[in-house]
Design a protein around this ligand. Structure first.
Ligand SMILES: Cc1cc2nc3c(=O)[nH]c(=O)nc-3n(C[C@H](O)[C@H](O)[C@H](O)COP(=O)(O)O)c2cc1C
Length: 249
């Protein structure tokens, strides 16, 4: 299997960096090949805008989706985007490694979604959700948080983790990939901000690294998060009322 790790952290020696290294070591020792998109180290530009499109479909008004499709179809996508798409296409498994910042992915990774998930290339009106481009690709988010696990429970003070992950997971499902349940490492708050004593904190982080390694070893047997698909929606895009999930609405 070929694995792409999209690493989104400004500090290579952070705990996120340690989790990246755990993934590299574990998957390499299983015989898998690894490729890294190191967004900060590679100085990825996450801001979508007109400067990336010198050969415009519409030189007067900048419509991002129009220009993305035109650039894809005319073979004039920026080099960094072509590189990221090639990396994505090669991968059987994609690991997105990032810290939770302001209840979401860091802007750097959000911008990677904005620019790399090219309209008219990676998705379109007829090529999304369970008719998406990448039905065989599996993606997993490995996320660290500062706050402890209990606070991410339903109505907890950090917000429900399922709700916080929803926009990220749903964007990935939009591309048609299989989204695996996330690996969330809670309470990674060093630098004197920790909720626990230093020794206890360090010991827990080591255990979290082992848990990630163990999970990666068994990842092949895991099932993806179930989402509704085209056969579940009516012509208004609503869940059909005969669908088994409809009673929850
Ligand atoms: C800009 C910023 C925003 C943050 N927002 C959150 C947040 O919304 N929830 C949370 O639990 N932690 C938040 N944190 C804490 C980070 O998630 C935490 O420091 C990180 O996961 C620790 O991993 P690291 O040592 O690899 O950076 C934030 C940190 C920064 C720098």
């Amino acid at each position: 299997m070929h694995v792409l790790i999209v690493f989104c952290h400004p500090e290579p020696d952070s705990f996120n960096g340690a989790l990246r290294d755990v993934a590299i070591e574990t998957l390499t020792s299983q015989g898998h090949s690894i490729e890294i998109s190191d967004l900060y180290a590679e100085e990825f530009n996450p801001v979508e805008g007109p400067t990336h499109f010198p050969n415009r479909a519409d030189p007067d008004v900048f419509f991002p989706l129009t220009e993305q499709r035109h650039a894809f179809e005319s073979g004039s996508l920026p080099g960094d985007i072509r590189r990221e798409i090639n990396r994505l296409e090669r991968a059987d498994l994609v690991i997105l490694q990032f810290p939770l910042w302001w209840h979401a992915q860091p802007a750097m990774l959000k911008g990677w979604f904005d620019r790399v998930f090219v309209y008219g290339g990676l998705y379109s009106g007829g090529m999304r959700y369970d008719r998406g481009r990448f039905p065989d690709k599996r993606v997993i988010c490995s996320v660290t948080t500062g706050a402890p696990a209990s606070t991410f429970s339903r109505h907890g003070r950090s917000g429900h983790i399922v709700t916080l992950m929803w926009p990220i997971h749903y964007s990935l499902y939009y591309l048609g990939v299989q989204v695996l349940p996330p690996q969330i490492t809670y309470g990674v708050q060093g630098g004197g901000l920790s909720y626990e004593a230093e020794a206890e904190f360090r010991e827990r982080l080591e255990a979290e690294k082992s848990a990630w390694a163990q999970r990666l070893e068994g990842l092949a047997g895991e099932s993806a998060i179930p989402f509704a698909g085209w056969s579940d929606w009516d012509e208004r895009g609503m869940l059909d009322e005969t669908h088994p999930w409809a009673w929850r609405l």
